[in-house]
Design a protein around this ligand. Structure first.
Ligand SMILES: Nc1ncnc2c1ncn2[C@@H]1O[C@H](COP(=O)(O)OP(=O)(O)O)[C@@H](O)[C@H]1O
Ligand SMILES: [Mg+2]
Length: 354
């Protein structure tokens, strides 16, 4: 089911959070709202669930205007960061809850609840109390409870944020697999860019009540449109552009920065405040001998060996630039204080100020 926000406005305490927000989420996709704390993700999700009614504008499920439809008639499943399980009921009773409320016969409800508990790997935990489960297991119960009613829309509000890293990685693939199996339109809220990139069909990057960019994970990562998106998703190096120079290098543009001239194939026009966004893993160390256009000189200020990769902070005239190299046998290690030359990729992206 396709879901849309139409001309949504919402204020709190005289402060406008959304002014005129339009957003369409395609049917059957895993759609992520990604942005820093306070940008309005939860509020949008709660509007879909029916917990918040917008000051103005409409919410559509398919062609149906559901703006004034109450929570229990919307047919949505929700999962929250804090699980929100009933502490005094068994796991099975928690999962049966939505079915009981919808008048499904008791045996049928139990059969369906057991089937979905089996799917999330908790077949043997049906009779336990939530307190006797780990955080990861509780969140599996919450997923089972949301999915057992076969909702038209699944809403997930930072469901992994309370879990430790290993469980987060494990659960995110389980959630994604369940979503693909059920083919259910899903809206996932997170402030964690890695989670968003790993799980989503589409990501909407949000900043202060605005949708900054919508795209597939790879598109957002490799073609960010604004400095905010480039920085928030993947922490790009941002190099201020001083001026575009005439170019005689086939198909490439030449941009003057404080650290030197950089060549790029980015087609984006340059407005005031434009910067070049460069991913740390796309930058290479080169020798003076092989330096072509676009080599920036600097000094290594910090080295961090992380096992599979090494991270460097290099001071240049355009500020600190982060460089990440994959660890390979026989690599020449760079050390703090070394003078180095950096080769920037041709696909560095021109981004706008906001
Ligand atoms: N019920 C409310 N009353 C007052 N302010 C609210 C309420 N709900 C949200 N806000 C404000 O709206 C902004 C966005 O909140 P929220 O949607 O929870 O952001 P996010 O989920 O992205 O962290 C915040 O500044 C928050 O304080
Ligand atoms: Mg939130």
């Amino acid at each position: 089911m396709q879901v849309s926000f139409n001309s949504i406005a919402q204020s709190y305490g005289g402060q406008a959070l959304f002014k005129d927000l339009d957003l369409t989420l395609p049917s059957g996709k895993f759609f992520t709202l990604l942005g820093p704390s306070g940008c309005g993700k939860t509020t949008l999700l709660r509007m879909l669930g029916g917990f918040v009614r917008p000051d103005a504008g409409r919410i559509l499920f398919g062609r149906d205007d559901v703006t004034n439809v109450p929570v229990h008639r919307r047919g949505v499943g929700m999962v929250f960061q804090d699980y929100a399980l009933f502490p005094d009921r068994s796991v099975l009773a928690n999962v049966c809850y939505g079915l009981d409320a919808r008048g499904v016969a008791r045996d049928e409800a139990r059969r369906r609840a057991r089937a979905i508990l089996d799917r999330v790997g908790l077949a043997d935990f049906a009779d336990r109390a939530p307190a006797a489960l780990s955080g990861g297991q509780r969140q599996r119960v919450a997923m089972a409870r949301a999915l057992v009613i076969e909702p038209k829309l699944l809403l997930l509000d930072e469901p992994l944020s309370a879990l430790d890293v290993k469980l987060r990685v494990e659960l995110r693939s389980m959630i994604r697999d369940l979503q693909i199996e059920a083919g259910i339109t899903t809206v996932f809220v997170t402030h964690d860019q890695e989670e968003a990139l790993a799980m989503s069909d589409l990501i909407a990057v949000m900043n202060r009540g605005n949708i900054v960019q919508i795209g597939a994970p790879r598109e957002i990562y490799s073609r960010p449109r604004t400095a905010f998106a480039a920085d928030f998703v993947g922490g790009a190096n941002l190099i201020p552009i001083e001026q575009e120079l005439p170019s005689d290098i086939g198909g490439l543009r030449r941009l003057r920065t404080r650290a030197g001239v950089i060549a790029t194939d980015s087609p984006t026009p340059i407005h005031s405040g434009a910067q070049l966004a460069v991913r740390s893993e796309d930058i290479r160390f080169i020798d003076a001998a092989s330096a072509a256009v676009g080599a920036l000189a600097g000094h290594v200020e910090h080295v961090e060996f992380r096992g599979s990769a090494t991270g460097y902070l290099v001071r240049t005239d355009a500020g600190i630039i982060r460089v990440d190299t994959q660890t390979k046998q026989g690599d020449q290690a760079r050390h703090r204080g070394d003078a180095v030359l950096l080769e920037l990729p041709r696909n560095a992206c021109i981004v706008g100020a906001s």
